[in-house]
Design a protein around this ligand. Structure first.
Ligand code: GLC
Length: 724
């Protein structure tokens, strides 16, 4: 449809029909089953007319279901305006990829983009138009359950993955490429900074910090062309995001020139009452529409109040027209006016959803997303070993994570099944413990199995329900019964390889010291079991690197790599026993650092060189390092570039990721890896909130982890030559 035709359509709509476009209802409202509109629906004040006028739905999918749904909707809609179908396809539709916190650990954005493309292909053929992804909230508090949805604690890395996910979901021609879907980046903004890591809790950050750390990844998604953005539940500078004009009008619309659609999170408009910034639905609707929320998800302040607000002159109808136009424009971008059934296809759906090629890709990404945190040489497993596979995840399909929607744990291969396919092992199995419960019988069985084996593979962790939305934890340890199981197995004297299945960094305590090897598997997705067996046997060499720090104890939180030096840095005052920035009962460093991960081979970094010791503003400086595979097997390493602005107008992190390259080397091979440094990389947010660079000294670190780098320095000189 041409834009002029959209405008004509808009002007033929009644005010009631326009307001209907701003409403999103869950799929059960559209069921033609008896009673769909009675009971809770009637209580909510949903009428058949409102359903007919509604602009979008969430939670529906399946080619047949969507064809029927769209057909009924078009018949009921006076102006034949197609319904938008949205869904939480966060890391896969039916073929489930590792959780995003795992995908981040692959440091392989191309694989992330491919995962999003596959997810889009399966979702689109099943009738989905918009996915509520990527989630790009920066996270530094593993007590918060939703860290599993993020790619971690670093704004630069999150921005790289945000662009990759948006590109994978949307492609370059959304109207004609029916295998793509529109991306809805979330949760705008800074939802990951909830106080205490408590779900839906208050967020309060300085604007300086928001602009420097918490906003960049959303902007990366906007710059990548994402079609929609979702407001978060939390407050920003004292005002909930869904009523926040500074955030939605000033930053998103004016500064970032975002012209897509803004949708509230579930119920977030009506939650303005609970937040205490709206007395009633009328005020909530007024604040949200004035802030710029186009679609109200699953509450009815807009249909209950907007007509009166217009009639009373409290809002101009133009605000509604602008919101409706953005929604019609999105439908047009998706080609829905010409093809309301878009890419839906029952036969094709059977052929491609959960197909072998997609699962193969999920396995590849799972292999690169696992992180080898410790290995005393017990891994890779030697052939013909007798192994005891023990633990609540030894034979569990709960490998998909909490946002796996169409993914089926019962269809998911378990570790036990994967091991049984590998005849090179004599394998004993024992559950040993449930996730949170055990008994003496379980424990005895496990000890017997361990004593019959050469090595114990202990599969432990959180259930998928213990992370994700509404799953904050104050104790982020392994459940006590699993710690008890570990101790019982340790007492047998058999070497233990511990596999972790979890949605957050855990407080591992003594297990990290006592286990012989430790592989972080996160929730590895549909093909996670196969991926893990390939890693344990050495068929694939681990290459994952952490993108979120593991605290030694929950008392350290927040602990993250790019912290500020403070006026009394411990590292610079080792002789000072007391009056420095430290704890008296715990080191400052995390247990495992951002960027850390081991391989079965060893990589040596040497010859860090700079093309110059001075960088002029309009020039480039080339940093090179030689990386050699000095081990006996091929492998990949992630070469990381960190910078530090030694003295700036505001404090600057002791190191900041500014680049990375994942390289593959055969044994004995060496490669020269280079990075280009230029002025835009040196910009930062000043105290006046402007973003610019200053002359001065910069330290460079290049290495295989934020905690281990070769170091150098250079001076940066602005054209005006004036220091900051
Ligand atoms: C939830 C989540 C959001 C999700 C939405 C729709 O509350 O916060 O991430 O996309 O509702 O399910």
């Amino acid at each position: 449809m041409k834009e002029s035709e959209l405008t004509t359509l808009l002007h033929t709509m009644t005010l009631e029909e326009k307001i209907g476009q701003l409403v999103q209802l869950s799929s059960n409202f559209y069921s033609d089953a008896e009673g769909a509109l009675t009971g809770p629906m009637a209580q909510m004040g949903v009428t058949e007319k409102l359903v007919a006028d509604s602009g979008s739905t969430l939670g529906a999918s399946g080619a047949r279901q969507i064809i029927d749904l769209q057909k009924r909707h078009l018949e009921a809609s006076r102006l034949q305006i197609p319904l938008l179908v949205m869904a939480d396809v966060v890391h896969g539709y039916k073929t489930i990829f590792p959780i995003p916190l795992a995908i981040g650990c692959s440091w392989h954005p191309e694989l992330a983009e491919e995962a999003a493309r596959i997810a889009a292909r399966e979702a689109a053929v099943s009738g989905v138009h918009v996915v509520f992804a990527p989630m790009v909230d920066l996270v530094r508090d593993p007590r918060w359950g939703r860290v599993m949805e993020s790619t971690g604690e670093d704004a630069f890395l999150n921005s790289v993955f945000a662009r990759a996910f948006v590109q994978g979901f949307q492609g370059n021609d959304l109207k004609n490429d029916r295998d793509r879907v529109a991306a809805c980046v979330k949760h705008f903004a800074a939802y990951g900074a909830a106080e205490g890591g408590r779900e839906y809790n208050t967020t309060d950050l300085s604007e300086w910090r928001m602009r420097e750390e918490y906003l960049p990844a959303y902007k990366a998604a906007v710059d990548a062309g994402c079609k929609m953005i979702m407001t978060s539940f939390n407050t920003i500078k004292g005002v909930p995001s869904s009523a926040n004009r500074w955030l939605l009008r000033q930053v998103l619309r004016n500064e970032w020139a975002f012209d897509g659609t803004i949708i509230s999170d579930w119920g977030a408009v009506r939650e303005l009452l609970a937040h205490g910034v709206a007395e009633d639905e009328q005020e909530a609707a007024e604040k949200a529409i004035k802030a710029g929320v186009d679609i109200e998800m699953m509450t009815l302040c807009y249909p209950h109040a907007l007509e009166n607000l217009v009639a009373d002159g409290r809002i101009p109808v133009s605000l509604i027209d602008q919101a409706v136009f953005r929604i019609l424009n999105l439908k047009n971008d998706l080609g829905l006016f010409e093809s309301p059934y878009r890419g839906v296809d029952e036969e094709k759906e059977k052929e491609i959803v959960y197909c072998a090629a997609h699962r193969e890709q999920a396995r590849k990404l799972a292999e690169e997303s696992c992180v080898l945190l410790k290995n005393n040489g017990i891994l890779p497993l030697q052939g013909h070993a007798k192994i005891a596979l023990i633990g609540p995840f030894a034979d569990s399909g709960d490998l998909l994570g909490s946002w796996s929607w169409k993914g089926e744990p019962r269809d998911t291969q378990t570790l036990k099944q994967a091991f049984l396919k590998d005849a090179s092992f004599d394998t004993f199995f024992a559950k040993g413990s449930g996730i949170t419960q055990t008994n003496s019988h379980f424990l005895e069985e496990a000890v017997v199995a361990a004593k019959q084996s050469d090595v114990v593979i202990l599969a432990v962790g959180e259930s998928s329900a213990m992370s994700g939305e509404a799953s904050s934890r104050t104790r982020i340890t392994l459940p006590d019964c699993q710690q008890k199981l570990f101790a019982a197995l340790k007492a047998t004297g058999r070497p233990i390889v511990t596999l972790l299945f979890n949605g957050r960094p855990l407080e591992l305590g003594s297990l990290a010291e006592q286990t012989d090897a430790l592989l972080e598997a996160w929730f590895p997705g549909s093909e996670g079991a196969e991926a893990i067996v390939n890693l344990l046997t050495g068929k694939t060499n681990p290459s994952g690197k952490l993108t979120m720090s593991f605290p030694r104890t929950v008392g350290q939180i927040p602990v993250y790599y790019n912290s500020f030096n403070t006026g009394r840095p411990l590292a610079e005052n080792p002789q000072e026993p007391k009056y420095v920035s430290k704890y008296i009962d715990c080191p400052n460093e995390p247990l495992f650092a951002f960027g850390y991960g081991l391989s079965y081979t060893q990589f040596m970094y040497e010859n860090l060189k700079l093309s110059a010791s001075r960088l002029m503003e309009d020039e480039q400086l080339i940093v090179t390092v030689t990386v050699a595979n000095v081990g006996d097997r091929p492998g990949a390493d992630v070469v990381q570039l960190y910078l530090r602005d030694v003295a700036a107008e505001t404090v600057r992190p002791i190191k900041e990721l500014k680049g990375f390259k994942k390289i593959f080397l055969k044994p004995g091979a060496r490669a020269e890896v280079s990075f280009t440094i230029n002025e835009p990389m040196l910009r930062y947010v000043h105290s006046d909130l402007s973003s610019r660079s200053d002359s001065g000294r910069f330290e460079i670190g290049v290495g295989d982890s934020s905690a281990r780098t070769l170091n150098a320095a250079f001076d940066f000189v602005k054209k005006d030559g004036v220091p900051r």
